[in-house]
Design a protein around this ligand. Structure first.
Ligand code: MN3
Length: 197
């Protein structure tokens, strides 16, 4: 079963001026697509070519870094695009309460998230997750690593690989993070994931 690039949930120009169509063309059209193309080449003829993407990620995590990296990057990027919206909605009540309980305030959550993303060394991802205890937490993962292989449930993510911001922001990861967080975060989607977690 060939894996396919999931459609973007909005038009390529819809996140402008905060994220350019050129960034979408490269980040979604080339980087995300390349992980799909690579994975299809790697799993062809193996026992993984009929599995779901999630099963491929779990099955390859301990035994095949190339397959794991490409499969997890497909999943992480799809989760990232779905974490964004052209008009960032207000934070729904249930999500706001969970954030207040875990971080003290939305402002404290925002600061923790932006610091985690800015402070992450090298390529990776900054996440809001729901831990097994029920508490929300901010974590980062390196390279392709993903909460999907652990016990926490992913709720929101921002990609902090350089390819995510270099076209629009050059080396300014901090400006990219705060703009995406403040202008493009799809809090309705995050609340939906929390309700399902
Ligand atoms: Mn990326």
């Amino acid at each position: 079963m060939p894996f396919t690039l999931p459609p973007l949930p909005y038009d390529r120009t819809a996140l402008e001026p905060h994220m350019s169509a050129e960034t979408i063309d490269y980040h979604y059209g080339k980087h995300h697509q390349a992980y799909v193309t690579n994975l299809n080449g790697l799993v062809a003829g193996t026992d993984m070519d009929k599995m779901s993407l999630e099963d491929v990620i779990r099955a390859s995590a301990a035994r095949d870094a190339k397959i794991f990296n490409n499969a997890a990057q497909i999943w992480n990027h799809t989760f990232f695009w779905e974490s964004l919206a052209p008009q960032s909605p207000a934070v729904p009540k249930a999500l706001a309460s969970a954030i207040d309980e875990s971080f003290g305030s939305f402002a404290a959550f925002r600061e923790a998230f932006l610091n985690e993303g800015k402070g992450h060394f090298g390529s990776g991802w900054a996440w809001l997750v729901k831990e097994r205890s029920g508490k929300l937490a901010v974590v980062s993962t390196h390279d392709a690593h993903t909460p999907l292989t652990g016990e926490a449930v992913a709720l929101f993510v921002i990609d902090v690989w350089e390819h995510a911001y270099y076209i629009d922001r050059r080396n300014d990861r901090g400006a990219f993070l705060s703009t995406v967080f403040d202008k493009l975060a799809n809090w309705d989607k995050v609340a939906e994931r929390l309700a399902a977690a």
